[in-house]
Design a protein around this ligand. Structure first.
Ligand code: KIV
Ligand code: ZN
Length: 407
């Protein structure tokens, strides 16, 4: 029988084995902030970082310290005052970038240096005008430099989704030897298909000889709308860190949305063989609202998990089914993300059951005969107004009372 999973069946202590943990790396303040028009002020970044700590993310990528003095200062302040998550800064594979990142994150309780270089032939030839061998040497040397400063070093093979896998294996082996503790596999241009991306991760698990000494991370962009699906495929094939953002914001079409990845694992545990995140999902609604407001990026109404309609049931058939048993049309509880209840908007397609239920919430109880005339009046109003609010219902009740009371 299909039923909604009880909260306890998803995150019991027994299935929280350390090797099953999927680390959540938030890059809202770095990749997220890269999207046009989303620039954040210093104080706003600090506010978001504290909200991310409440969500219990494992890593906050706080910015790109070498890119500007403002970014350096934000990363440094987040590193000095946000406790709990690892605080990470991004750097290209250059000594100046790595120095700047280390200067900014070293005050953190748990600092991380993240360094990256493009490994696809397109990047190697067009961007760097170098050979594959030169790129591999730079990656290895710069990871070694970062590791001489910080024991937690992440290396990203930018455009890994379009990189020759056999070359990628060699680069990853070299950077792990040089001290990388996390190796990130970005689908930088959101080009891969879930099955393909899953096979790429499986190939890394099977072909990089020292892969057991590092965590495999994934970083999927959403150009084809597949960022979450690709992240899920990556996790199912061996990735144990997911890079994502609140509301899925990020360069171009954005990154995988943290709320989607975390809820997929929570709602469908049978597909993840004991894998779990430590995300405190009840803070998602607030995190989403805050990021949307501070970045001035509205959330589409039908956005999964955090969109205004994600827990709204509009048609009469759905509303009737929902009122008879929530599991008919609800696969997760709004309370899980910090909302108080599901929402049954009243409009032209609403049925009698939803109207009656809303009237009862307003303290109005009508006889069957009264309900027939009330519902006729409701339908006429709904056709005209499209959305019927509580105030409209109250005036309809008033009209009904006036008509039936003797003059
Ligand atoms: O998309 C990408 O490749 C990145 C890297 C810097 C991790 O954002
Ligand atoms: Zn990215």
């Amino acid at each position: 029988m299909l039923s909604m999973p009880a909260e306890s069946s998803v995150t019991t202590i027994e299935n929280k084995r350390p090797e099953n943990k999927v680390f959540i790396f938030d890059t809202t303040l770095r990749d997220g902030e890269q999207c046009p028009g989303a620039a954040l002020r210093h104080s706003e970044k600090i506010q978001i970082a504290h909200q991310l700590a409440l969500l219990n993310v494992d890593v906050i990528e706080a910015g790109f310290p070498f890119s500007s003095p403002g970014d350096f200062e934000s990363v440094r302040q987040i590193a000095s005052e946000v406790r709990g998550p690892i605080i990470c800064g991004l750097s290209r594979t250059t000594p100046q970038d790595i120095e700047a990142t280390w200067d900014a994150v070293k005050v953190a309780e748990k600092p991380r240096i993240h360094t990256f270089i493009g490994t696809s032939d397109i990047h190697i030839q067009a961007k760097f005008k170098k050979t594959r061998e030169e790129i591999l040497n730079i990656a290895r040397d710069m990871v070694a430099l970062a590791a001489s400063k910080c024991k937690d070093v992440e290396f990203s093979a930018e455009d890994a989704g379009r990189t020759d896998p056999f070359y990628l294996y060699k680069v990853l082996e070299a950077v792990i030897d040089a001290g990388a503790t996390t190796v990130n596999i970005p689908d930088t241009v959101g080009y891969t298909i879930p099955d393909e991306f899953g096979r790429l991760i499986r190939g890394i698990v099977n072909n990089v000889p020292n892969i057991d000494q590092a965590i495999i991370s994934i970083h999927c962009h959403n150009d084809l709308g597949l960022a979450t699906a690709n992240s899920i495929a990556g996790i199912q094939n061996g990735a144990r860190q997911v890079e994502c953002t609140i509301n899925g914001i990020g360069e171009r079409a954005g990154n995988a949305a943290m709320e989607e990845v975390a809820l997929a694992l929570k709602v469908r545990p049978e597909y993840f063989e004991g894998l779990y995140t430590d995300i405190n999902t009840v803070h998602f609604a607030e995190a989403s609202r805050l990021v949307s407001e501070l970045t001035s990026m509205p959330i589409q109404y039908n956005k999964a998990i955090v969109g205004r309609n994600a827990f709204a049931h509009e048609s009469g058939i759905h509303q009737d089914g929902f009122l008879k048993g929530r599991a008919t049309y609800e696969i997760m509880r709004p309370e899980w993300i910090g909302l108080s209840e599901a929402y049954l908007p009243l409009g032209p397609r609403s049925g009698r059951a939803a109207v009656k239920s809303r009237l009862e919430k307003l303290g109005v109880s009508l006889s069957d005969a009264q309900m027939i005339s009330f519902f006729e009046a409701f339908k006429l109003l709904a056709d005209e107004k499209k959305r019927v609010e509580d105030e409209d219902l109250k005036s309809l009740v008033q009209q009904l009372e006036n008509q039936s009371s003797p003059v």
